[in-house]
Ligand binder design. Structure first.
Ligand SMILES: [Zn+2]
Ligand SMILES: [Zn+2]
Length: 174
């Protein structure tokens, strides 16, 4: 599924509204990072153009299916994000920085090539950037027992507390 916008179809002085949803399962980099997804990304976007620069504003909503780093259970991560991006032609990267207008410098800038914008790819990038570094199902997640692998959120196990006496560092502790 593609979500391509021709830059010439965005009329100057008349922003283009782009609302809809896109299946997260079709975002290959995202699926690689966090596993298969069943939900869709919802977006309400507005694209405006000034010469070759395109400004993308709007909102993203999604519910991602993540795996807890501690207990390995999958959990829903609700994500809402406001976007305010400047999309400028790749050639601009080579011109003097002073030629890029101040408004473009203040926004997150993405460089594009060609005559089309791949909006799905841009949205996927934004989601990848937004993923939490530490993915935990709840703040109080107890994780798995390192001895028997029991999920300590659901049960207590019979394992003795970890024994560090054989560790070469034990002398440092005593
Ligand atoms: Zn967990
Ligand atoms: Zn255990």
């Amino acid at each position: 599924m593609e979500l391509q916008v021709r830059i010439q179809d965005i009329l100057e002085h008349s922003p283009l509204a782009l609302n809809g949803q896109y299946p997260l399962g079709q975002m290959t980099q995202l699926v690689q990072a966090i596993g298969q997804q069943d939900e869709s990304l919802h977006f309400q976007l507005e694209l405006s153009r000034s010469q070759r620069s395109v400004f993308l504003k709007g909102e993203l909503n999604s519910s991602l299916d993540l795996c807890c780093d501690l207990c390995l259970k999958r959990f829903d991560w609700e994500h809402e994000e406001n976007l305010d991006l400047a999309l400028v032609p790749q050639e601009t990267q080579n011109v003097l920085a002073s030629e890029i207008t101040l408004s473009e410098q203040e926004l997150d800038t993405i460089f594009y090539t060609g005559e089309d914008l791949d909006v799905a790819e841009i949205l996927e990038e934004q989601l990848l950037l937004a993923l939490p570094i530490k993915k935990v199902c709840t703040d109080s997640c107890q994780g798995l027992c390192t001895g028997c692998g029991a999920n300590l959120n659901l049960q207590t196990c019979q394992c003795p507390p970890p024994d560090y006496s054989d560790s070469p560092f034990s002398k440092l502790l005593s």
